[in-house]
Write a protein that binds this ligand. Structure first.
Ligand SMILES: Nc1nc2c(ncn2[C@@H]2O[C@H](COP(=O)(O)OP(=O)(O)OP(=O)(O)O)[C@@H](O)[C@H]2O)c(=O)[nH]1
Ligand SMILES: [Mg+2]
Length: 453
């Protein structure tokens, strides 16, 4: 599979591959800053292989180590802890979950580390109202410089203090996001009180517009509000909120933040895949820059590394045994059932009929037909690169299969908002009774007419 290149041909090829590869990604999905991409390209143009290699190593190291700090603030009971748990992919009863309750539980800032992404910390801050300080002083007290952005949460309306806080955050050149929680409750209440005229879309847009009006009146430019439910994450604006947060972060923080997010939609899982692909490609590119010989077979000592990689991906995509146990508990789908429908645990199973080499070959054929050829040419085209993509895609598909299996269970659980209100049940029963009465009258009339004849 390897192909030899003369030195110049090799460099020219590498430079164009590098440029082409990153052209495939939108700015908001790239995991390294444009300046870094430009500088690597410059090294390659000049034939400075060592320079390009060091720049890629530094970029990857930065992605691994750069801390991400998220501040969540809002009045007591607004749903801060619930949102933090949701962002960490932790259920309210799971180990290490932030305390949730109806009594005021957050009086000072509390740090919650993400269990899988060690560089990410979510901070549960006391509301600006509970601290009794003007916004600027509040920001100093909660150490505003440490955070990448603020999420300001409310379950009712935003107070004047919170609106002023947003302005102060903006002034400090940090991002903030207004999040309105518990919209599931709003819809439920509307449905109960106005069953006949209930229109979900209309109600949500009314709620949204009333917030936007208030924000505009208070001098906040380009205001945005995310309507979410911490109980039903894939409904409403939670997925939009996640995309916005990822897009607004500096490129080098995107990858880890993306990986930290819960698998609530298939689109989220695909985005994690795209992010992982970039790190795999950069690693392979870097290795290929310095490699002198193309690797043809899967080396024996690579097998252990491959196993390690697979386990790592399974953890990141939430399909490792431990994660599956937690998902099973939350969704009430037995863990055994989940383990049966996924493929990654058996991928490296040597007893299987199809060997890993055969699987890889099949994958390469499929890859080439979808992408119009194989991605990388030149010395860095190594089997291990495509093997990692195969592992990644298998794990990605597993995460989707698990989501589908558990989503259907969650949707059919009784705690999901009722499909029919009492009024609707009553109307339906009235209709049914009417229908039965009319049916009997008509049958009787027919019989009577028959006897007459
Ligand atoms: N229906 C519904 N209930 C929610 C939602 N978010 C939170 N809750 C409930 O609201 C209550 C308060 O939520 P918390 O997450 O503890 O609120 P908090 O802002 O952390 O409260 P403090 O720690 O007291 O400041 C809990 O009973 C949650 O289960 C939501 O989106 N929908
Ligand atoms: Mg709390």
């Amino acid at each position: 599979m390897g192909k030899s290149f003369s030195k110049d041909e090799h460099h020219g090829d590498l430079e164009s591959s590098f440029t082409l590869y990153f052209k495939n990604f939108k700015t908001e999905s790239k995991i390294i800053p444009q300046e870094t991409i430009d500088s690597i390209e410059l090294h390659l143009t000049k034939g400075n292989i060592q320079g390009a290699n060091s720049a890629i190593s530094a970029a990857l190291k930065n992605i691994d180590n750069v801390p991400i700090n998220v501040a969540v603030t809002g009045e007591s009971g607004a749903g801060k802890s619930s949102l933090i748990n949701a962002l960490r992919g932790v259920g309210p009863e799971d180990e290490g979950a932030a305390d949730i309750g109806v009594v005021e539980t957050t009086m000072r800032r509390t740090a919650y580390k993400h269990s899988k992404v060690k560089t990410l910390t979510l901070w549960d801050l006391p509301g600006v109202g509970t601290m009794n300080f003007p916004p600027k002083e509040y920001l100093e007290k909660v150490k505003f410089r440490e955070y990448d952005f603020f999420i300001i949460v409310s379950a009712t309306r935003f107070t004047k203090l919170e609106l002023d806080l947003a302005k102060a955050i903006q002034f400090m050149k940090k991002n903030y996001y207004f999040v309105r929680t518990k919209v599931d409750d709003d819809l439920q209440n509307e449905k109960k009180s106005k069953a006949r005229t209930f229109d979900r879309k209309n109600i949500l847009s009314k709620i949204r517009n009333s917030y936007i009006d208030t924000l505009k009146k208070n001098g906040l430019d380009a205001p945005q509000i995310f309507l979410i439910s911490n109980r039903y994450l894939s409904d409403y604006d939670f997925p939009v909120l996640m995309n916005t947060l990822v897009k607004d972060l500096p490129a080098q923080k995107r990858h880890n933040f993306m990986l930290s997010l819960p698998n609530i939609t298939e689109a989220t899982i695909d985005r994690k895949n795209k992010s992982m692909q970039q790190t795999i490609w950069l690693e392979a590119f870097k290795t290929g820059l310095l490699a002198t010989l193309p690797v043809v077979g899967i080396l024996r000592d690579d097998v252990e590394k491959v196993k390690e990689k697979l386990n790592h991906y399974r953890v990141l995509f939430g399909v490792d045994d431990e994660s599956l146990e937690v998902i099973a508990k939350d969704s009430q789908v037995p863990a055994e059932q989940l383990k049966k429908i996924i493929k990654s645990p058996y991928l490296l199973d040597s007893k299987k009929r199809e060997t890993l080499e055969e699987k890889l070959l099949k994958y390469l054929e499929k890859f080439a037909s979808v992408n119009g050829g194989l991605l990388a040419t030149g010395l860095y085209f190594r089997k291990t690169f495509y093997l990692q993509l195969l592992l990644l895609d298998t794990v990605t598909e597993d995460a989707k299969v698990v989501l589908r299996e558990t989503y259907s269970k969650i949707s059919s659980n009784s705690h999901h908002p009722q499909l029919l209100t009492m009024d609707e049940c009553y109307s339906f029963l009235t209709f049914l009774t009417g229908f039965v009465v009319v049916f009997f009258i008509l049958s009787y009339l027919r019989l009577w007419a028959w006897n007459e004849v």
